[in-house]
Design a protein around this ligand. Structure first.
Ligand code: NAD
Length: 329
């Protein structure tokens, strides 16, 4: 049976991937490598690991070359799906170094181990972000896979650097790599530092909802299950060395997302509090995912209006989860 190494599955997207995709693929074994940083919460996946004989969890850091190499020496790895990253833009503005260490050097460790110690036809799928493309003006066409890379934050710069390394391993060593770039995800198990879970949590607790600038920045929102399905379709069907964009078809101003949440939880707009804008705050992201549609037969299934209802409901039902991740910080 083939074994896939999944990194970062105690975090938001990885945990959802484990629960909605990996759990149903009994043709593979999955090794899950996660350092359990502040953003990785083992209880989120504890039951999945305990009840699935195809899953094996290893607590370890991708920055540690020995840890990564040992896994590849002990098990024949035929695929890598690489979620692990420092992922919060605000943290990258305060402490950029760890973003380079994890996102760039950690990815390099995985690439080297996969190239030297993995199965000869190993497939390496690197999860990236639309933020590597930089920002759009209101009237600009959406990002496509050939849009030049122009990151604005230390986070997006570190992701762009790792994307370029991944690409170079295809160009130089003919390694079978793929890069996926997705817009803003939302859904269950997202750490409450990110916009949607933070706003839901604060609204539920009658706390102020801090909004950067005038709140008119635009993001495209995708329900996390749709992103996970896209990643899996890319892993199964994507062409070697290619980049695939995923988006949710839901461009919205931040302030409108926040007002929608307040409505859902029945709280007043007076909770909104405008704060000083984020440094280097990108104005707009929008994604053209025609390539994924055509080559992977993928498109997002969840409308924002449905996804946000499910998400708000989940956070209301799982207050203990959010309290436990906050306590861990
Ligand atoms: N959240 C989004 O909206 C979004 C959008 C597009 C792309 N992405 C990308 O998707 C991936 C997953 O994002 P997320 O939102 O789930 O992130 P997250 O911050 O919720 O989770 C990151 C996970 O990686 C683990 N990790 C961090 N550093 C590590 C290290 N050095 N070694 C091993 N494990 C480590 C953490 O413990 C955590 O489990 C990231 O690569 C991110 O750049 C995220």
């Amino acid at each position: 049976m083939k074994t896939i190494l999944l990194t970062g599955c105690a975090g938001f997207i990885g945990a959802n991937f484990l629960k909605t995709i990996a759990a149903f693929n009994k043709n593979y074994n999955f090794i899950i490598l996660d350092a359990l940083t502040y953003a990785g919460h083992y209880p989120t996946i504890e039951n999945d690991i305990a009840t699935n004989s195809h899953f094996k969890f290893i607590k370890g850091d991708i920055r540690n070359r020995e840890v990564v190499e040992t896994i590849f020496k002990e098990v024949n790895i035929s695929g890598v799906i690489h979620f692990a990253a420092e992922s919060h833009v605000d943290n990258s503005i305060i402490n950029p170094n760890i973003f380079v260490e994890t996102n760039v050097l950690g990815t390099l460790n995985l690439l080297n181990a996969a190239l030297r110690l993995g199965e000869s036809d190993i497939r390496f799928l690197h999860i990236s972000t639309d933020e590597v493309y930089g920002q759009l003006k209101e009237a600009d066409p959406a990002f496509c896979e050939t849009t030049p890379i122009a990151p604005s934050s230390p986070y997006s710069a570190s992701k762009a650097a790792s994307d370029l390394l991944v690409r170079s391993y295809h160009e130089t060593y003919k390694m079978d790599v793929l890069i996926t770039r997705c817009s803003n995800n939302y859904g269950p198990y997202q750490f409450p530092e990110k916009l949607i879970p933070l706003m839901i949590h604060n609204a539920l607790n009658d706390k102020k909802l801090p909004v950067y600038g005038d709140g008119r920045n635009i993001r495209d929102w995708i329900y996390v299950d749709d992103h996970c399905e896209g990643i899996w379709q890319a892993f199964l069907k994507g062409r070697k060395g290619e980049v695939y964009n995923f988006g949710g078809n839901s461009e919205m101003r931040n302030i409108d997302v926040i007002k929608t949440i307040l409505k859902q939880v029945g709280k007043p707009e007076s909770l909104i509090s405008f704060v000083e804008d984020r440094k280097g705050h990108d104005w707009r992201y929008a994604i053209n995912f025609n390539k994924a549609k055509k080559e992977l037969q993928w498109q997002p299934k969840t409308l924002f209006s449905d996804g946000i209802k499910k998400t708000v409901h989940w956070y209301i039902e799982n207050a203990s989860w959010i309290n436990s991740v906050i306590k861990k910080q």
